[in-house]
Design a protein around this ligand. Structure first.
Ligand code: HT7
Ligand code: ZN
Length: 868
């Protein structure tokens, strides 16, 4: 049947109006009876067979309108159920299946996790529970009856509102839930288990009372306060920023310890990876808190962008994901610092999405073909998808954007729609043709914008030429020019210069639509330094050769905080690249001096200063180099810059750290988090000096910290610095947190990232540690994911052992959890940019995987595309 093509989309031949699910949990003999009200779709093919999807199902019986059909009229297999000649009128189809949730290691469909039995249906998991038209354009009203042993599973939850519950003979009980909102099958959820919960209430803008519940493993209730607060703030923000109110009487979140991704937006019953719910100062870092806030918001926001209005087909995934990421980013910007949030998001976009776009797995924001949809929950669909929405807003303006969103909600509520439907709303409210803009959804690859500028003192003009090119990507050898919003300003001796463009005051943004265009700014009285792509106004690679003195001007004077940060990053990147190419040259003292001056003022905005002091990562540098990458040389170049800053500024850095020491108890708010981030960034740089007193301070911080952020930062500095103090610190960390799996993940992760030759053996040893479990995605990501994606020198070892290790682990995991295995393989997405020896080893590991017998569709799709 695969691959699936967007061009082949056909409306379903049948629709399902209501679904009654009766799920009786009973270990390996769990019984599911589905009663479906089916009718022919007027937009489908009349008289067509009804082909229901199934995956690993055990068929028991079927009925049509209460009677058993003749055997020759249907076919039931583990992967589907077909009615050859269904009635051409509404009819009721009942099908019974048997399941064993405990043997479901894929964590898709109905499965057992430590504290409960739960479901994960996106994208195609519902077909692992019952036979169904498991596609997002079939919307039905669900009623779910769950029955289970009362002692084992006192809590029974499903989508919607609870309408009935009661006890049954034999120590069993049941609950019936009804969700009045039609939804696609991927949003179905149920949970049954021995769970504790915390409850709260939210009163909507129109005065409706909504009960809020967070369900967790008993004993973890004390770690839900931040998630609950984030939920209430998200609900209020969606009312204020988008006019969206919650629509059911209850909103539930369940935290589970075995989960393939971050969380899932099932209608009224979000299921979360416990990592993104549970937090206390002693166990969670500031980053954990920020992630919890963002993911709680993201899943909540899906209620309107994804659930009330859903996708017509999986090619439209960015319709809900890109838009919802945009919404959660806006929320976090409003809750915290907009500039800091933007820098963090752009760093993430560049490290994940740009890398994807530059390699063999590149695909458009809206792909046109897939072999396995699970492999398209990517940085391109999510993060680039969010950038596309942000550009749309920049191009049509805030008011037209908000009006477009209002129109979208009004026009398409209760529907399954396409990107074209979405964009049409903004074309209408923005009063413009967005045909060219659609290329952002169709063309893959990161556009490159080359800028060249010239100031003419005589005419007081500044000519800026912008030229765009889009590199070839798999299946797309040539591209058309895109619409690229470039926010810009010209910076003079005392800040931004007032500008005129084409005789009018310049509003700060141009839309480049041609391959190249020259803009002539008037009234430019002094030689300016151009500040381009302010706020990172488009997801492009800007090529603009600025002198180091110009970068310093922007770093010190640009009114745009993003470009102040960018100038420091570009300068540091240049220095690291020089150190990689010419390791014997000393580091440029002017940059170090500028950082020294910056430190004097760093207290004004600690979170921003912390980002400015964070050197470009090894992956950032690898991306800049692009070909024949040698991760060892990059590591050494980066260390050289860190060492030069540490040696020159350790006194100043350590004083700054002292001055920022917090008074009072830990609080995860943005101000406190910013202070801690700056203190720890300063400590990391100071430690580059190798001075004993700095190391001693790190060790003291590790021992005396009153919160996980500072303790974890100290542990990470010690392990990254490969000093003798690291081992006892690791030992004591383990002893302290051995009963807390989420904290032990941090212990696994810091060890996986140690940049020394013993790390691969250490990782292999840790796989045998009682704290590790190959069946738990969080443990696998913490140890193996962190090694393969977060330790460039050791994963990319020149002897190829890192790649061979990954291939062996992937084969092992693939038999149990293909989704998890496929995600691990993505660590090899940039393999062709490595230098020849490493490239050969990486290619051999991929080819070895390709030849393995019985590879899952998930892994073979990634491997096949990586090798193509
Ligand atoms: N919509 C969800 C994406 C998802 C997922 C979540 C958990 C396990 C498997 C999954 N497959 C797809 C999460 C989100 O983007 O909000
Ligand atoms: Zn999402």
């Amino acid at each position: 049947v695969r691959p699936v093509r967007l061009a082949d989309y056909r409306p379903p031949d049948y629709l399902v109006d209501t679904v009654h699910l009766d799920i009786a949990l009973d270990g390996a003999a769990t019984r599911v009876v589905a009663t479906l009200a089916v009718r022919p779709n007027p937009k489908g093919r009349s008289g067509a067979a009804l082909e229901l999807d199934g995956d690993a199902l055990t068929f028991v019986r079927a009925e049509i309108d209460g009677a058993a059909p003749a055997p020759e009229t249907y076919a039931a297999a583990s992967d589907g159920f077909t009615l050859h000649r269904p009635p051409q009128r509404p009819f009721v189809l009942t099908i019974e299946t048997r399941l064993d949730p405990a043997s479901n290691t894929q964590l898709m469909g109905l499965y057992r996790t430590a504290s409960c039995t739960c479901t994960q249906c996106e994208a195609e998991g519902f077909r692992r529970i019952t036979y169904f038209l498991d596609r997002p354009d079939v919307l039905a009203v669900y009623t779910t009856r769950i029955e289970a042993d009362k002692a084992e599973a006192p809590v029974l939850l499903a989508n919607g509102n609870r309408i009935e519950a009661g006890d049954l003979p034999g120590g069993r009980h049941y609950a019936v839930w009804h969700d009045p909102f039609p939804k696609p099958s991927y949003l179905f959820a149920m949970v049954a288990g021995d769970l504790a919960h915390v409850a709260d209430e939210f009163v909507t803008a129109s005065g409706r009372r909504v009960r809020l519940e967070i369900h967790v493993e008993p004993g973890k209730e004390g770690r839900c306060a931040y998630a609950m607060d984030a939920l209430k703030r998200s609900m209020r923000w969606d009312e204020e920023a988008f006019g969206r109110e919650y629509d059911l009487d209850v909103f539930m979140i369940v935290a589970v310890s075995d989960f393939n991704m971050g969380a899932m937006e099932n209608k009224g019953l979000n299921v979360f990876n416990d990592k993104y719910v549970l937090a206390s100062p002693e166990t969670a870092t500031d980053l954990d808190y920020a992630n919890i806030e963002a993911i709680i918001a993201h899943e909540y926001f899906h209620n309107w962008t994804g659930n009330r209005i859903t996708c017509r087909d999986w090619f439209q995934l960015c319709l809900k994901e890109g838009l919802t990421v945009f919404r959660d980013q806006e929320f976090s910007s409003d809750q915290r610092s907009r500039a800091v949030k933007r820098i963090i998001d752009v760093r993430n976009l560049r490290s994940q999405q740009f890398a994807e776009d530059a390699g063999p797995l590149a695909h458009p924001v809206r792909p046109e073909l897939y072999n396995e949809i699970n492999n398209f929950y990517t940085a391109t669909v999510y993060e680039k998808g969010a950038e596309v929405v942000r550009m749309l807003k920049a191009l049509i303006g805030d008011a037209a954007f908000r009006a477009g969103m209002d129109l979208y909600f009004r026009r398409h509520d209760g529907e399954a729609v396409t990107i074209e439907d979405f964009i049409a709303c903004f074309a209408e409210t923005g009063g413009r043709d967005l045909g060219q803009f659609m290329l952002w959804y169709r063309q893959s690859g990161t556009p490159e914008v080359k800028a060249t500028g010239q100031w003419d003192a005589k005419t007081r003009t500044y000519r800026l030429e912008l030229a765009q090119t889009i590199p070839p990507t798999p299946g797309q050898p040539s591209k058309e020019p895109m619409v690229i919003p470039v926010r810009l300003g010209l910076v003079g001796a005392s800040g931004d210069l007032p500008l005129r463009l084409a005789g009018r005051p310049f509003d700060g943004i141009v839309a480049l639509t041609e391959p190249s265009r020259t803009y002539v700014f008037e009234g430019v009285r002094e030689r300016p330094v151009p500040s381009l792509l302010r706020g990172f106004s488009a997801p492009v690679k800007l090529v603009h050769e600025l002198e180091e003195a110009d970068l310093l001007t922007l770093f010190e004077r640009d009114s745009d905080p993003f470009n102040r940060w960018q100038a420091a990053q570009s300068y540091a990147t240049g220095l690291i690249l020089r150190a990689v190419r010419k390791p014997d040259l000393p580091i440029d003292a002017r940059f170090v001096a500028a950082i020294g001056t910056f430190l004097d003022d760093a207290r004004r905005d600690p979170a921003f200063a912390a980002l400015t002091l964070t050197l470009p990562s090894e992956t950032d540098i690898a991306r800049e180099i692009g070909v024949n990458v040698d991760p060892d040389a990059i590591f050494a170049g980066r260390q050289a810059l860190r060492g030069a800053i540490g040696r020159a500024l350790h006194g100043q850095l350590m004083r700054l750290r002292e001055e920022l020491a917090g008074a009072g108890p830990y609080s995860p708010d943005a101000a406190g988090a910013g202070r801690r981030a700056l203190r720890n960034a300063a400590l990391y740089l100071a430690c580059g000096s190798g001075r004993a007193e700095v190391l001693a301070a790190v060790a003291r911080q590790f021992a005396a910290a009153d919160n996980m952020t500072d303790r974890h930062a100290a542990l990470s500095i010690l392990t990254l610095s490969d000093v003798p103090e690291a081992e006892p610190a690791l030992q004591s960390f383990y002893e302290r947190y051995r009963d807390d799996p989420l904290v032990i993940d941090k212990w696994l992760m810091v060890q996986a990232q140690i940049p020394t030759t013993g790390t691969l053996d250490r990782v292999k040893r840790l796989m045998g540690h009682p704290a590790f479990s190959i069946g738990n995605p969080n443990r696998v990501r913490a140890l193996i994911g962190a090694f393969c994606s977060g330790n460039p020198t050791q994963f990319n070892r020149a002897d190829g052992e890192g790649f061979r290790f990954l291939a062996a682990v992937v084969l092992d995991i693939d038999g149990k959890n293909p989704q998890l295995a496929a995600r691990l393989v993505s660590a090899l997405r940039s393999w062709r940019s490595l230098e020849p020896v490493r490239r050969e080893h990486a290619g051999a590991a991929l080819r070895g995987l390709a030849e393995a017998p019985s590879l899952s569709r998930d892994v073979s799709d990634i491997v096949g595309r990586a090798l193509a």
